[in-house]
Design a protein around this ligand. Structure first.
Ligand code: AMP
Length: 283
């Protein structure tokens, strides 16, 4: 049995743990998560281990990035299994603050995000989301003072928002993006995939299939308009309610009219039943 990582739940215990981690000039990587860990999260941990001598994983289901009608209450929480996986991956420290530690009474400050956070993708459907993410990630960076932090390309717009924030606020953290880890049938791994019924799970890989097909057709010179319209129709026919399926500039997230305006990233968000899935792919 690998040794369990140290766990800090309060700021004083985090500070003590950081002091001992930082001894002898170690470099520190932070992997922020909401728990319910899967192989996508573990890919971030493995990258972190390659790039820094000590690895902290934070597990905090952040209430401020959920709207009242969203799934904060039912979000999967699998603490014991998470710690076992982090022990196996030889993570050094788990930062698991309570809501009262992150947002004590009187808490009244938020980071306001613009630029990539106002690209008209996730922000159009979850207007509360990036303010909540930027504020909690800003706090995690201030608390853990990592040299690098790892984020998945799965949440592509979030990766751009956090990268921008770290640069804009001179946080001294290098933000590193990690490619999407998928199930064998192409579905992007997500803690929310457990919400899918078996019927929904069977159609869920449609999103990746449509994006792969769209990317291939675009590379073959077909028009963006046609390819996006066909993809949107296929996603709808499979039983999804589509929030968006768009081609954007991979760096700025600005709309593009053809792949000549690229590099291009295709991004999709769609709901099946009550579950909302997001995914993206490079062209
Ligand atoms: P979450 O716990 O869902 O907030 O995700 C924590 C981090 O893991 C975020 O940076 C996500 O982008 C990343 N992540 C989640 N799923 C995947 C995946 N399938 N592949 C790569 N990274 C992922």
């Amino acid at each position: 049995m690998p040794r369990a990582p140290a766990v800090a739940r309060t700021l004083p215990s985090l500070r003590r743990a950081l002091e001992s981690l930082r001894a002898r000039g170690a470099t520190v990587a932070l992997v922020p998560t909401m728990g319910a860990l899967h192989d996508g999260h573990l890919a971030l941990v493995h990258q972190a281990k390659r790039r820094a001598s000590k690895v902290i994983v934070s597990i905090f289901v952040n209430p401020t990035q959920f709207a009242p009608h969203e799934d904060f209450g039912s979000y999967p929480r699998t603490w014991k299994a998470d710690v076992a996986r982090l022990a196996e991956a030889r993570v050094d420290l788990v930062w698991n603050p309570g809501v009262g530690t992150m947002y004590p009474p009187g808490f009244a400050t938020r980071i306001l995000t613009e630029g990539p956070a106002a690209a008209g993708l996730e922000d159009r459907f979850r207007p509360h989301f990036f303010g909540g993410v930027a504020t909690v990630v800003g706090k995690l960076f201030a608390q853990c003072r990592p040299d690098i932090a790892l984020f998945g390309q799965k949440d592509y717009q979030q990766l751009k928002v956090v990268t921008r924030m770290a640069a804009d606020l001179d946080l001294g953290v290098k933000v590193v993006g990690v490619p999407i880890v998928r199930e064998r049938d192409g579905l992007a791994m997500s803690s929310r995939n457990v919400y899918l019924s078996s019927g929904q799970r069977a159609v869920a890989p449609t999103l990746h299939r449509v994006m792969k097909d769209a990317a291939r057709r675009l590379r073959n010179g077909e028009s963006l308009e046609t390819v996006i319209a066909d993809g949107a129709r296929t996603i709808g026919d499979a039983g999804f309610v589509l929030d968006y399926f768009e081609a954007r500039h991979a760096e700025t997230l600005a709309p593009v009219r053809s792949i000549k305006d690229g590099p291009v990233r295709l991004l999709v968000a769609a709901r099946i039943g009550t579950t909302r899935l997001i995914d993206n792919i490079g062209v």
